[in-house]
Write a protein that binds this ligand. Sequence first.
Ligand SMILES: [Zn+2]
Length: 521
Amino acid sequence: MKKILFIVVVPVLAFLLSCAPVKKQSKELPRVAICGLAIESSTFSPAQSGVEAFRTRRGDEVFTYYPFLSPDSVDRNRALWFPALRGHAIPGGIVTREAYESLVNETLEMLKKNLPYDGIFFDIHGAMSVVGLDDPEGDFIIRIREVVGWETVISTSMDLHGNVSWRLAENTDLITCYRLAPHEDALESKQRALENLLDRLESGKGKPAYKAWIPVPILLPGEKTSTRIEPGKSLYAKVAPVAARDGITDAAIWIGYAWADEPRNQGVVMVTGDDKDVVTCGAEELATAFWKVRDEFEFVAPVAPLNECLDMAVSATEHPFIISDMGDNPTAGGAGDVTWTLTEILARPEFKTEKGPSLIYASIPGPDFVEKAVEAGVGGKVTGFAGAAVDARFAPPVHLTGVVKAIEYGDEAAETEVVVQVGSVKVIVTKNRKPYHYEKDFTRLGLNPRETDIVVVKIGYLVPELYDMRAGWIMAQTPGGVDQDLERLGYKRINRPMYPLDKDMADPDLKARLVPVSAGK
Ligand SMILES: [Zn+2]
């Protein structure tokens, strides 16, 4: 009996098991690659960004950048993944041609290994400048097309401060950007770009039939276009309802990037989908809404020359009073080592002794100074120069003499950080430049910004943690590679007329241009 059972059951089981994988294979998962480079780089700064400026992830490490692609996530199980190379950098100066070529070529080589692809998640910022090359993201996507072909559906995810050239629009199929500034929705936007791609692949709909592109001749600094305040708040609130309409896949408004000088630097609206009328109307509605509020954009906080800012800070009764040293904001593309502001602060009589108002200055890079501080040790006295190694146009390296208050090692960006007290000013000096955005950036150095009278940060609009901490806030009109006074930059190549540089310009043509569906030439 047992033997008979064995003879009958085993072959049946074997037959069933051999069928199971066949059944699974009949619903094949799409093959999706991931790649992209993200940096915003100012061409109005003497700084240059090399390959080391990028934090690069390769292969499976790319997944660690996307929580929505963790191993047990729903999206992770919707495709066969081929992560190639994904790099992002702290904004900075123009990217060297060598760095760009090496990162792009490495990406292309990795993509060649797993051809063909049904889809590519192209995750970029959109405001990269490269020495001797216009529209790098447009160049990059064409070179990807030359490797993967024109059948592959590419979904591009961007920062709203990126630029969308016609050729980027032409070579991508899906495209979107953030809807909040500060970018609290960055991951949500990337996930939307990825899920739109997966949805189109799974449903077999593939490339959307229509892509409407409208350049809006407005160029504004990010510090005037926060979505926390009007008119950015209401303008960006219009995007999601348009994107939700039947026949539309996604909709987006790009503010663009003001510190580079190419024809692509301007505002853009794009809407993608399958219903021509709904797509074009949606895009025209958003472009018209953007143009209509063009003269309502103001700085997100009061703005004043530095000395006035310091006067206000010194006499303020509530603390901390935060000052944005915004002309050299490294998170927008400044060199981050302009010493002008710190030099001015140290020259003020109020801060000359320890009894003066407490002030934290975050931060100035100075590798030699850091070395000396490490030698002196905590509690030791140190003297030396810091800053202005890259951008010395406004002030020379600043001379600092004081007591070392803290030394910290191991920060991903700064590597080594020291705090030196000069009079009543605690200056953070770093080996490499680093933006100070989080409370823990300060507390790990033994600093308590909440109980400090004045905090000066190289930043434009405040990131959420600092914003919530502030008792007072003013943005100082300081010089640097991302000078907020665009009139002083001296553009030569952007399209003209451009609002607000050409204040009295006539209304532009805001009719939707339909971009051809991506296809080989
Ligand atoms: Zn941005």
